[in-house]
Design a protein around this ligand. Structure first.
Ligand code: SF4
Length: 410
């Protein structure tokens, strides 16, 4: 191993990130305490509609990731298993329900009361069925409505008819949501929210794309932290303002040739879910190996270029059906090919997450087909987003080391 310092370089903007995210959680807590209606929303659900209708908008997948990153998840999952939620289904779902049953949350360490109780739960099945089952648990628990959008999966061509049907489903949410808020829907407010969301999403895309530079100024591990506002605050101007600051800092890094990984020797693409409880250990290992994980499908999943304030419902339908996770394998392959070329990738790491078959994309020969076309070697690691019982740290470390060695010898 080289003597180059293996030190993660944080961003000056990160202090602002903590403030912005902290304020989001404080507002969420305060809003709920003051009687503002709270809507739970899936991460690629119709958040713009909910913000525009004046809801407190809460994203339980973000809470799931917090349970994973804080390593609380593994102890909480069995509580949900005991209620009949299998250890094989989404570990965001099982750890979140376990946290609810035990009355524990990482939000309490932030001096907040914990996840706000929902007045309505709004899902989109574009990513998986688990989100609907997850929300229905709470709908039964609190006797509140659970409404949503049923998007087809494994979509090839996104045709006008399909978009029309999804747009109709989103528009049909307005009436039950008005019933919860007691306020009339305002289309102009929705257009404004979509405009802000689009600005946020394009800035987030620009942030990610700075990693096309060699050396890359940011890594996938940084992205998993920096993506917070794009996930939970799109539709709020503070998210867009934050990414302007971060992007400016990244551009300075690029101009000055500052590498996120000192002595960058290799560039890796991360496919699949993060392993939340091991991000820090993995980040350190790649730093030591002078290998930069420069891009991922996961962090790019919050880039919604199709959003258009002039055509709110159809453009939301288009944007939310366009995401990698709900596309057919040939579309996924085309996307991967584009990304591997754009980011000058040397090798691909596929994370086969035990409890998320929906976002484990190496189970039907995709890795082999992409390698055959483009030639980059790949490594499949077995693990999970939250359930660390499914992950062997020692074995993964050894496999990553061997993979990097193999790439260096090419
Ligand atoms: S996509 Fe995977 S991780 Fe996300 S909610 Fe669905 S099953 Fe869970």
């Amino acid at each position: 191993m080289s003597s180059v310092t293996a030190e993660r370089k944080d961003f000056a903007a990160s202090k602002k990130l903590r403030d912005v995210m902290g304020q989001y959680f404080v507002d969420l807590d305060r809003g709920a305490a003051e009687g503002k209606k709270t809507a739970w929303c899936t991460s690629v659900g119709p958040a713009e509609l909910l913000w525009a209708m004046g809801f407190n908008v809460y994203f339980p997948e973000n809470h799931g990731a917090m349970l994973g990153a804080s390593r609380m998840a593994t102890d909480l999952i069995p509580l949900a298993n005991a209620q009949g939620y299998s250890p094989d289904i989404c570990s965001y779902l099982t750890s979140d329900i376990g946290a609810h049953l035990k009355g524990q949350s990482p939000m309490q360490k932030m001096k907040l009361s914990g996840p706000p109780k929902a007045d309505v739960l709004v899902f989109n099945t574009n990513q998986c069925r688990d989100v609907k089952d997850w929300f229905q648990f709470y709908a039964r628990e609190w006797n509140v409505p659970c409404v949503g959008v049923h998007t087809p999966r494994a979509i090839g061509d996104i045709g006008g008819e399909m978009i029309g049907q999804i747009a109709d489903q989103i528009e049909a949410l307005v009436e039950p949501l008005e019933g919860v808020t007691g306020q009339k829907f305002d289309i102009d407010r929705l257009r404004e929210t979509i405009a802000i969301s689009k600005r946020t999403t394009l800035l987030w895309k620009a942030v990610l794309e700075t990693a096309k530079n060699v050396p890359a100024p940011i890594t996938f591990f940084d992205d998993t932290i920096q993506m917070g506002p794009a996930v939970v605050m799109r539709g709020l101007k503070e998210a867009a303002e934050y990414y302007e600051i971060l992007l400016a800092e990244l551009k300075e890094r690029v101009a000055a040739g500052v590498a996120a990984v000192n002595g960058e020797r290799l560039r890796i693409y991360w496919e699949g879910m993060p392993i939340w409880g091991k991000l820090s250990a993995l980040s350190s290992q790649f730093l030591e190996l002078q290998t930069c994980v420069v891009a991922s499908t996961y962090c790019n999943s919050w880039v919604f270029e199709a959003l258009d304030p002039a055509d709110p419902f159809r453009s939301m339908a288009q944007a939310y059906s366009d995401i990698f996770i709900c596309r057919s394998d040939d579309r996924k392959e085309a996307y991967m090919e584009h990304m591997l070329k754009e980011y000058k990738i040397d090798g691909v790491l596929y994370h086969d997450a035990k409890t998320c078959p929906n976002n484990s994309n190496c189970r039907y020969g995709l890795a082999q087909r992409v390698q055959k076309k483009l030639g980059q070697p790949y490594l499949i690691i077995n693990g999970d987003l939250n359930d660390l019982r499914m992950y062997s740290e020692e074995q993964t470390r050894t496999n990553i080391e061997a993979f990097v060695e193999q790439l260096l010898q090419r």
